[in-house]
Design a protein around this ligand. Structure first.
Ligand code: ACO
Length: 428
Protein backbone atom coordinates (compact mmCIF):
# COMPACT_ATOMS: atom_id res chain seq x y z
CA UNK A 1 0.00 0.00 0.00
CA UNK A 2 1.24 3.47 -0.84
CA UNK A 3 2.68 5.31 2.15
CA UNK A 4 0.69 8.28 3.46
CA UNK A 5 1.18 10.88 6.16
CA UNK A 6 -1.55 11.89 8.55
CA UNK A 7 -2.21 15.48 9.47
CA UNK A 8 -4.41 16.15 12.47
CA UNK A 9 -6.03 19.57 12.71
CA UNK A 10 -8.48 19.85 15.61
CA UNK A 11 -10.55 16.69 15.56
CA UNK A 12 -10.08 16.06 11.86
CA UNK A 13 -7.40 13.85 10.35
CA UNK A 14 -6.26 14.21 6.75
CA UNK A 15 -4.33 11.67 4.71
CA UNK A 16 -1.54 13.15 2.63
CA UNK A 17 0.24 11.15 -0.07
CA UNK A 18 3.95 10.45 0.41
CA UNK A 19 6.02 10.46 -2.74
CA UNK A 20 9.49 9.04 -3.17
CA UNK A 21 12.20 10.12 -5.58
CA UNK A 22 14.51 7.72 -7.44
CA UNK A 23 17.27 8.29 -4.86
CA UNK A 24 14.91 7.49 -1.97
CA UNK A 25 14.12 11.10 -0.99
CA UNK A 26 10.66 11.35 0.50
CA UNK A 27 8.15 14.19 0.42
CA UNK A 28 4.68 14.78 1.78
CA UNK A 29 2.57 15.92 -1.13
CA UNK A 30 0.59 18.98 0.04
CA UNK A 31 -0.50 20.14 -3.40
CA UNK A 32 -4.20 19.73 -2.41
CA UNK A 33 -3.76 20.85 1.22
CA UNK A 34 -5.57 24.19 0.97
CA UNK A 35 -8.51 22.70 -0.91
CA UNK A 36 -8.83 19.88 1.62
CA UNK A 37 -8.13 21.73 4.87
CA UNK A 38 -8.25 25.48 4.24
CA UNK A 39 -4.69 25.72 5.58
CA UNK A 40 -1.46 26.66 3.82
CA UNK A 41 2.07 25.83 4.99
CA UNK A 42 4.62 28.42 6.09
CA UNK A 43 8.27 27.81 5.19
CA UNK A 44 10.19 31.05 4.96
CA UNK A 45 13.26 30.59 2.77
CA UNK A 46 11.76 27.30 1.46
CA UNK A 47 14.03 25.28 3.74
CA UNK A 48 11.63 22.31 3.67
CA UNK A 49 9.73 22.88 0.48
CA UNK A 50 10.16 20.86 -2.68
CA UNK A 51 9.17 23.21 -5.48
CA UNK A 52 9.19 20.67 -8.28
CA UNK A 53 10.00 17.11 -9.37
CA UNK A 54 13.22 17.28 -11.33
CA UNK A 55 15.35 14.74 -13.19
CA UNK A 56 18.38 17.00 -13.73
CA UNK A 57 20.57 17.13 -10.63
CA UNK A 58 20.67 15.09 -7.46
CA UNK A 59 22.46 16.19 -4.35
CA UNK A 60 22.66 14.69 -0.91
CA UNK A 61 23.77 17.40 1.49
CA UNK A 62 24.43 15.02 4.38
CA UNK A 63 26.70 12.74 2.38
CA UNK A 64 28.20 15.35 0.09
CA UNK A 65 26.96 13.74 -3.15
CA UNK A 66 26.34 15.69 -6.35
CA UNK A 67 25.30 14.09 -9.66
CA UNK A 68 24.20 15.58 -12.96
CA UNK A 69 21.68 13.27 -14.69
CA UNK A 70 23.05 10.43 -12.55
CA UNK A 71 26.75 11.02 -13.32
CA UNK A 72 28.95 11.84 -10.29
CA UNK A 73 30.44 15.33 -10.38
CA UNK A 74 33.90 13.88 -9.69
CA UNK A 75 33.82 11.85 -12.95
CA UNK A 76 32.45 14.73 -15.01
CA UNK A 77 35.01 17.20 -13.64
CA UNK A 78 37.84 14.81 -14.41
CA UNK A 79 36.81 13.38 -17.78
CA UNK A 80 34.35 15.68 -19.47
CA UNK A 81 34.34 19.08 -21.14
CA UNK A 82 32.03 21.93 -20.21
CA UNK A 83 30.12 21.76 -23.45
CA UNK A 84 29.60 18.01 -23.09
CA UNK A 85 28.19 18.62 -19.59
CA UNK A 86 25.99 21.41 -20.96
CA UNK A 87 24.56 18.94 -23.49
CA UNK A 88 24.04 16.34 -20.75
CA UNK A 89 22.19 18.78 -18.50
CA UNK A 90 20.00 20.24 -21.24
CA UNK A 91 19.19 17.12 -23.28
CA UNK A 92 19.41 14.48 -20.54
CA UNK A 93 22.09 12.14 -21.97
CA UNK A 94 25.80 12.34 -22.67
CA UNK A 95 26.22 13.13 -26.37
CA UNK A 96 27.71 10.70 -28.87
CA UNK A 97 30.76 12.01 -30.75
CA UNK A 98 28.49 13.04 -33.67
CA UNK A 99 25.96 14.74 -31.42
CA UNK A 100 28.71 16.68 -29.66
CA UNK A 101 30.19 17.76 -32.99
CA UNK A 102 26.79 18.92 -34.24
CA UNK A 103 26.12 20.76 -30.96
CA UNK A 104 29.48 22.51 -31.09
CA UNK A 105 28.87 23.40 -34.75
CA UNK A 106 25.43 24.85 -33.97
CA UNK A 107 26.89 26.88 -31.12
CA UNK A 108 29.72 28.24 -33.26
CA UNK A 109 27.17 29.43 -35.86
CA UNK A 110 25.47 31.64 -33.26
CA UNK A 111 28.32 33.16 -31.28
CA UNK A 112 28.08 36.57 -32.93
CA UNK A 113 25.82 39.06 -31.21
CA UNK A 114 24.01 41.80 -33.10
CA UNK A 115 26.36 44.73 -33.76
CA UNK A 116 23.89 47.14 -32.17
CA UNK A 117 24.38 45.35 -28.86
CA UNK A 118 27.77 47.11 -28.68
CA UNK A 119 26.00 50.43 -28.21
CA UNK A 120 24.78 49.30 -24.79
CA UNK A 121 28.34 49.15 -23.52
CA UNK A 122 28.80 52.84 -24.24
CA UNK A 123 25.92 53.59 -21.89
CA UNK A 124 27.41 51.84 -18.85
CA UNK A 125 29.74 53.85 -16.58
CA UNK A 126 33.24 52.40 -17.00
CA UNK A 127 33.36 51.00 -13.45
CA UNK A 128 29.84 49.57 -13.36
CA UNK A 129 29.64 46.05 -11.98
CA UNK A 130 29.84 43.34 -14.69
CA UNK A 131 26.89 41.44 -13.15
CA UNK A 132 24.58 44.44 -13.60
CA UNK A 133 25.80 44.71 -17.18
CA UNK A 134 25.35 40.99 -17.81
CA UNK A 135 21.81 40.90 -16.47
CA UNK A 136 20.84 43.93 -18.61
CA UNK A 137 22.59 42.66 -21.74
CA UNK A 138 21.07 39.18 -21.53
CA UNK A 139 17.61 40.68 -21.11
CA UNK A 140 18.33 43.00 -24.05
CA UNK A 141 19.09 39.99 -26.29
CA UNK A 142 15.32 39.41 -26.42
CA UNK A 143 15.01 42.66 -28.39
CA UNK A 144 17.31 41.30 -31.10
CA UNK A 145 15.87 37.79 -31.22
CA UNK A 146 12.11 38.47 -30.94
CA UNK A 147 11.18 34.95 -32.10
CA UNK A 148 12.07 33.94 -28.52
CA UNK A 149 9.06 35.93 -27.23
CA UNK A 150 6.55 33.36 -28.51
CA UNK A 151 5.17 31.67 -25.37
CA UNK A 152 4.64 28.27 -26.97
CA UNK A 153 7.57 27.55 -29.22
CA UNK A 154 7.88 24.35 -31.25
CA UNK A 155 10.63 21.97 -30.15
CA UNK A 156 12.85 23.30 -32.93
CA UNK A 157 12.18 26.95 -32.04
CA UNK A 158 12.83 26.22 -28.37
CA UNK A 159 16.06 24.52 -29.29
CA UNK A 160 17.17 27.48 -31.38
CA UNK A 161 16.51 29.81 -28.44
CA UNK A 162 18.61 27.55 -26.22
CA UNK A 163 21.49 27.43 -28.70
CA UNK A 164 21.46 31.21 -29.15
CA UNK A 165 21.35 31.81 -25.39
CA UNK A 166 24.34 29.54 -24.79
CA UNK A 167 26.35 30.73 -27.79
CA UNK A 168 25.89 34.46 -27.21
CA UNK A 169 26.54 34.35 -23.48
CA UNK A 170 30.26 33.60 -23.91
CA UNK A 171 30.60 36.49 -26.35
CA UNK A 172 28.71 38.92 -24.10
CA UNK A 173 30.77 37.93 -21.03
CA UNK A 174 34.09 38.36 -22.84
CA UNK A 175 32.98 41.70 -24.30
CA UNK A 176 32.03 42.98 -20.84
CA UNK A 177 35.59 42.21 -19.78
CA UNK A 178 37.17 43.85 -22.84
CA UNK A 179 35.00 46.94 -22.47
CA UNK A 180 35.92 47.23 -18.77
CA UNK A 181 39.54 47.57 -19.90
CA UNK A 182 38.60 50.09 -22.58
CA UNK A 183 39.84 47.60 -25.19
CA UNK A 184 38.17 46.83 -28.50
CA UNK A 185 36.09 43.67 -28.48
CA UNK A 186 37.31 40.50 -30.18
CA UNK A 187 34.97 38.62 -32.47
CA UNK A 188 34.51 34.89 -32.00
CA UNK A 189 36.28 32.40 -34.25
CA UNK A 190 34.34 29.37 -35.40
CA UNK A 191 37.38 27.12 -35.39
CA UNK A 192 37.61 27.20 -31.58
CA UNK A 193 35.52 25.14 -29.20
CA UNK A 194 33.25 26.98 -26.77
CA UNK A 195 35.67 27.40 -23.86
CA UNK A 196 38.71 28.16 -26.02
CA UNK A 197 36.68 30.71 -27.96
CA UNK A 198 35.62 32.37 -24.72
CA UNK A 199 39.23 32.55 -23.50
CA UNK A 200 40.37 33.81 -26.92
CA UNK A 201 37.76 36.60 -26.93
CA UNK A 202 38.69 37.47 -23.34
CA UNK A 203 42.48 37.33 -23.38
CA UNK A 204 43.32 37.33 -27.09
CA UNK A 205 44.59 40.18 -29.23
CA UNK A 206 42.55 41.48 -32.14
CA UNK A 207 45.12 40.90 -34.80
CA UNK A 208 46.79 37.75 -33.62
CA UNK A 209 45.99 34.07 -33.53
CA UNK A 210 46.85 33.34 -29.92
CA UNK A 211 47.50 29.97 -28.40
CA UNK A 212 45.68 29.57 -25.14
CA UNK A 213 47.62 27.57 -22.54
CA UNK A 214 46.00 24.09 -22.28
CA UNK A 215 46.35 24.34 -18.48
CA UNK A 216 44.11 27.41 -18.57
CA UNK A 217 41.59 25.71 -20.90
CA UNK A 218 41.46 22.68 -18.60
CA UNK A 219 41.03 24.79 -15.48
CA UNK A 220 38.27 26.83 -17.08
CA UNK A 221 36.42 23.68 -18.21
CA UNK A 222 36.64 22.25 -14.71
CA UNK A 223 35.39 25.41 -13.01
CA UNK A 224 32.48 25.78 -15.41
CA UNK A 225 31.52 22.09 -14.99
CA UNK A 226 31.53 22.39 -11.19
CA UNK A 227 29.19 25.36 -11.40
CA UNK A 228 26.93 24.02 -14.16
CA UNK A 229 23.90 23.12 -12.05
CA UNK A 230 22.89 22.79 -8.43
CA UNK A 231 19.19 21.86 -8.46
CA UNK A 232 16.66 24.25 -6.90
CA UNK A 233 19.03 26.94 -5.60
CA UNK A 234 18.11 30.63 -5.40
CA UNK A 235 18.96 31.50 -9.02
CA UNK A 236 17.59 28.28 -10.61
CA UNK A 237 14.34 28.69 -8.68
CA UNK A 238 14.22 32.29 -9.92
CA UNK A 239 14.70 31.17 -13.52
CA UNK A 240 11.91 28.58 -13.15
CA UNK A 241 9.50 30.96 -11.48
CA UNK A 242 10.08 33.75 -14.01
CA UNK A 243 9.81 31.26 -16.87
CA UNK A 244 6.58 29.87 -15.39
CA UNK A 245 4.77 33.04 -16.48
CA UNK A 246 5.87 32.15 -20.06
CA UNK A 247 8.61 34.78 -20.02
CA UNK A 248 11.20 34.23 -22.73
CA UNK A 249 14.54 32.50 -22.13
CA UNK A 250 16.56 35.75 -22.06
CA UNK A 251 14.30 37.40 -19.47
CA UNK A 252 14.30 34.23 -17.35
CA UNK A 253 18.09 33.84 -17.45
CA UNK A 254 18.57 37.56 -16.80
CA UNK A 255 16.51 37.18 -13.61
CA UNK A 256 18.67 34.19 -12.62
CA UNK A 257 21.78 36.33 -13.10
CA UNK A 258 20.36 38.97 -10.76
CA UNK A 259 19.57 36.31 -8.15
CA UNK A 260 23.09 34.90 -8.46
CA UNK A 261 24.72 38.30 -7.92
CA UNK A 262 24.12 38.48 -4.14
CA UNK A 263 27.05 37.62 -1.85
CA UNK A 264 24.98 34.93 -0.11
CA UNK A 265 24.81 33.08 -3.45
CA UNK A 266 27.16 33.42 -6.45
CA UNK A 267 28.54 36.77 -5.31
CA UNK A 268 30.34 34.83 -2.58
CA UNK A 269 33.30 34.10 -4.91
CA UNK A 270 34.07 37.82 -5.18
CA UNK A 271 33.36 38.32 -1.46
CA UNK A 272 35.79 35.50 -0.53
CA UNK A 273 38.75 37.08 -2.33
CA UNK A 274 37.90 40.51 -0.95
CA UNK A 275 37.77 38.99 2.53
CA UNK A 276 41.08 37.15 2.09
CA UNK A 277 42.73 40.32 0.77
CA UNK A 278 41.43 42.25 3.77
CA UNK A 279 42.78 39.63 6.17
CA UNK A 280 46.14 39.76 4.39
CA UNK A 281 46.31 43.57 4.59
CA UNK A 282 45.32 43.36 8.25
CA UNK A 283 48.40 41.23 9.00
CA UNK A 284 47.00 37.74 8.31
CA UNK A 285 45.72 37.03 11.83
CA UNK A 286 43.17 34.32 10.99
CA UNK A 287 42.18 33.78 14.66
CA UNK A 288 41.01 37.38 14.86
CA UNK A 289 38.76 36.95 11.81
CA UNK A 290 37.41 33.62 13.00
CA UNK A 291 36.45 35.34 16.27
CA UNK A 292 34.71 38.10 14.31
CA UNK A 293 32.73 35.51 12.31
CA UNK A 294 31.58 33.90 15.58
CA UNK A 295 30.62 37.17 17.24
CA UNK A 296 26.84 37.60 16.95
CA UNK A 297 27.22 41.38 17.38
CA UNK A 298 29.54 41.54 14.39
CA UNK A 299 27.89 41.27 10.95
CA UNK A 300 31.05 39.66 9.49
CA UNK A 301 30.59 36.13 8.15
CA UNK A 302 33.28 33.85 6.87
CA UNK A 303 32.53 34.11 3.18
CA UNK A 304 32.77 30.84 1.28
CA UNK A 305 31.73 28.92 4.40
CA UNK A 306 28.40 27.25 4.98
CA UNK A 307 25.74 26.05 2.62
CA UNK A 308 21.98 25.75 2.77
CA UNK A 309 22.08 22.12 1.70
CA UNK A 310 25.57 20.69 2.27
CA UNK A 311 25.94 19.93 5.96
CA UNK A 312 28.95 17.64 5.79
CA UNK A 313 31.12 18.78 2.92
CA UNK A 314 30.65 20.35 -0.47
CA UNK A 315 31.97 17.80 -3.03
CA UNK A 316 32.74 20.65 -5.43
CA UNK A 317 34.97 22.31 -2.81
CA UNK A 318 37.03 19.10 -2.51
CA UNK A 319 37.65 19.00 -6.26
CA UNK A 320 38.34 22.70 -6.50
CA UNK A 321 40.80 22.77 -3.62
CA UNK A 322 42.91 20.14 -5.34
CA UNK A 323 42.53 21.88 -8.72
CA UNK A 324 43.62 25.12 -7.10
CA UNK A 325 46.88 23.57 -5.85
CA UNK A 326 47.53 21.91 -9.24
CA UNK A 327 46.82 24.99 -11.33
CA UNK A 328 48.88 27.37 -9.21
CA UNK A 329 51.76 24.93 -9.36
CA UNK A 330 51.46 24.44 -13.14
CA UNK A 331 51.24 28.17 -13.76
CA UNK A 332 54.08 28.78 -11.30
CA UNK A 333 52.03 31.17 -9.16
CA UNK A 334 52.66 31.68 -5.48
CA UNK A 335 49.58 33.33 -4.03
CA UNK A 336 49.76 34.45 -0.40
CA UNK A 337 46.00 34.57 -0.30
CA UNK A 338 45.88 30.79 -0.86
CA UNK A 339 47.95 30.28 2.27
CA UNK A 340 45.51 32.46 4.26
CA UNK A 341 42.58 30.51 2.83
CA UNK A 342 44.14 27.19 3.87
CA UNK A 343 44.89 28.49 7.37
CA UNK A 344 41.35 29.82 7.78
CA UNK A 345 39.91 26.50 6.66
CA UNK A 346 42.15 24.56 9.03
CA UNK A 347 41.22 26.71 12.04
CA UNK A 348 37.50 26.83 11.22
CA UNK A 349 37.22 23.07 10.68
CA UNK A 350 38.41 22.46 14.25
CA UNK A 351 36.42 25.26 15.87
CA UNK A 352 33.27 24.06 17.74
CA UNK A 353 31.26 27.06 16.42
CA UNK A 354 31.72 25.89 12.82
CA UNK A 355 31.63 22.17 13.64
CA UNK A 356 28.32 22.42 15.58
CA UNK A 357 26.69 24.45 12.82
CA UNK A 358 28.09 22.14 10.14
CA UNK A 359 29.82 24.98 8.33
CA UNK A 360 32.34 23.81 5.73
CA UNK A 361 34.06 25.52 2.82
CA UNK A 362 31.76 25.71 -0.19
CA UNK A 363 32.64 25.72 -3.90
CA UNK A 364 33.42 29.42 -3.82
CA UNK A 365 36.02 29.30 -1.10
CA UNK A 366 38.70 28.35 -3.62
CA UNK A 367 37.23 29.21 -7.03
CA UNK A 368 38.21 32.90 -6.80
CA UNK A 369 41.85 31.97 -6.23
CA UNK A 370 41.83 29.99 -9.49
CA UNK A 371 40.03 32.74 -11.43
CA UNK A 372 42.63 35.19 -10.16
CA UNK A 373 45.46 32.91 -11.23
CA UNK A 374 43.90 32.72 -14.71
CA UNK A 375 44.02 36.52 -14.92
CA UNK A 376 40.42 37.58 -14.21
CA UNK A 377 39.75 40.66 -12.09
CA UNK A 378 37.72 40.11 -8.91
CA UNK A 379 34.50 41.69 -10.11
CA UNK A 380 34.35 39.25 -13.05
CA UNK A 381 34.21 36.17 -10.78
CA UNK A 382 30.45 36.05 -10.38
CA UNK A 383 30.02 36.59 -14.13
CA UNK A 384 32.13 33.47 -14.68
CA UNK A 385 29.90 31.61 -12.26
CA UNK A 386 26.92 32.75 -14.37
CA UNK A 387 28.62 31.47 -17.54
CA UNK A 388 29.08 28.10 -15.86
CA UNK A 389 25.57 27.99 -14.40
CA UNK A 390 23.90 28.84 -17.71
CA UNK A 391 23.36 25.21 -18.89
CA UNK A 392 21.76 24.45 -15.54
CA UNK A 393 19.40 27.42 -15.78
CA UNK A 394 18.52 26.41 -19.33
CA UNK A 395 17.90 22.79 -18.32
CA UNK A 396 15.71 23.90 -15.40
CA UNK A 397 13.78 26.32 -17.63
CA UNK A 398 13.30 23.68 -20.33
CA UNK A 399 12.18 21.03 -17.83
CA UNK A 400 9.70 23.45 -16.26
CA UNK A 401 8.23 24.15 -19.71
CA UNK A 402 8.16 20.48 -20.76
CA UNK A 403 6.44 19.53 -17.48
CA UNK A 404 3.87 22.25 -18.20
CA UNK A 405 4.27 23.52 -14.65
CA UNK A 406 1.73 26.13 -13.52
CA UNK A 407 2.74 29.71 -12.83
CA UNK A 408 4.76 29.93 -9.60
CA UNK A 409 2.73 31.79 -7.04
CA UNK A 410 3.33 31.17 -3.32
CA UNK A 411 0.86 32.00 -0.57
CA UNK A 412 1.53 34.03 2.56
CA UNK A 413 0.29 34.57 6.08
CA UNK A 414 -0.81 38.14 6.29
CA UNK A 415 0.33 39.84 9.52
CA UNK A 416 -0.32 43.51 8.63
CA UNK A 417 -2.94 45.92 9.83
CA UNK A 418 -6.56 44.91 9.47
CA UNK A 419 -9.30 47.33 8.35
CA UNK A 420 -8.43 50.96 8.79
CA UNK A 421 -10.45 54.00 7.76
CA UNK A 422 -8.75 56.42 5.39
CA UNK A 423 -7.67 59.62 7.19
CA UNK A 424 -7.43 62.83 5.26
CA UNK A 425 -3.81 64.08 4.94
CA UNK A 426 -4.53 67.26 6.93
CA UNK A 427 -5.59 65.15 9.94
CA UNK A 428 -2.65 62.68 10.08
N1 ACO B 1 30.18 32.50 8.98
C1 ACO B 1 29.78 32.52 10.27
N2 ACO B 1 28.61 32.01 10.72
C2 ACO B 1 27.81 31.42 9.81
C3 ACO B 1 28.17 31.35 8.45
C4 ACO B 1 29.40 31.90 8.04
N3 ACO B 1 29.77 31.86 6.77
N4 ACO B 1 27.17 30.73 7.75
C5 ACO B 1 26.24 30.42 8.68
N5 ACO B 1 26.62 30.83 9.90
C6 ACO B 1 25.89 30.61 11.17
C7 ACO B 1 24.70 31.55 11.30
O1 ACO B 1 25.05 32.75 11.96
C8 ACO B 1 23.74 30.69 12.09
O2 ACO B 1 24.18 30.71 13.43
P1 ACO B 1 23.08 30.62 14.65
O3 ACO B 1 22.42 29.29 14.46
O4 ACO B 1 23.89 30.73 15.88
O5 ACO B 1 22.14 31.79 14.43
C9 ACO B 1 23.98 29.28 11.57
O6 ACO B 1 25.35 29.30 11.11
C10 ACO B 1 23.07 28.86 10.41
O7 ACO B 1 23.15 29.86 9.38
P2 ACO B 1 21.99 30.25 8.40
O8 ACO B 1 22.27 31.60 7.84
O9 ACO B 1 20.68 30.06 9.11
O10 ACO B 1 22.11 29.13 7.30
P3 ACO B 1 21.45 29.17 5.87
O11 ACO B 1 21.33 27.76 5.45
O12 ACO B 1 20.23 30.02 5.89
O13 ACO B 1 22.54 29.96 5.01
C11 ACO B 1 24.41 30.48 3.68
C12 ACO B 1 23.45 29.37 4.17
C13 ACO B 1 23.62 31.66 3.14
C14 ACO B 1 25.26 29.90 2.54
C15 ACO B 1 25.31 30.92 4.86
O14 ACO B 1 26.05 29.82 5.36
C16 ACO B 1 26.26 32.07 4.49
O15 ACO B 1 25.87 33.23 4.59
N6 ACO B 1 27.53 31.74 4.04
C17 ACO B 1 28.46 32.76 3.61
C18 ACO B 1 28.15 33.18 2.18
C19 ACO B 1 28.52 32.12 1.15
O16 ACO B 1 29.60 31.58 1.17
N7 ACO B 1 27.59 31.88 0.22
C20 ACO B 1 27.80 30.96 -0.89
C21 ACO B 1 26.94 29.76 -0.76
S1 ACO B 1 27.37 28.59 -2.04
C22 ACO B 1 26.68 29.21 -3.43
O17 ACO B 1 25.66 29.84 -3.46
C23 ACO B 1 27.40 28.94 -4.64
Amino acid sequence: MAETAQLKIGDKTFELPVIEGTEGEKAIDISKLRDQTGYVTLDIGYKNTGATKSAITFLDGEQGILKYRGYPIEQLAEKSSFIEVAYLLIYGELPTADQLKAFQYELSRHTLVHEDMKKFFDGFPSKSHPMGQLSSLVSALSAFYPESLKPSQTTEELNQSIIKMLAKMATVVSWIYKKSLGHPVIYPKNKYDYVTNFLYMTFGQRTEDVTIDPVVIDAMNKLLILHADHEQNCSASTVRIVGSSDSNIYASVSAGISALWGPLHGGANQAVIEMLEKIKEDGGDTDKWIAKAKDKNDPFRLMGFGHRVYKNFDPRAKIIKKACDDILEKLGINDEVLEIAKKLEEVALKDPYFVERKLYPNVDFYSGIIYRALGFPTDMFTVLFALGRLPGWIAQWKEMKENKEPIGRPRQIYVGATSKEYVDIANR
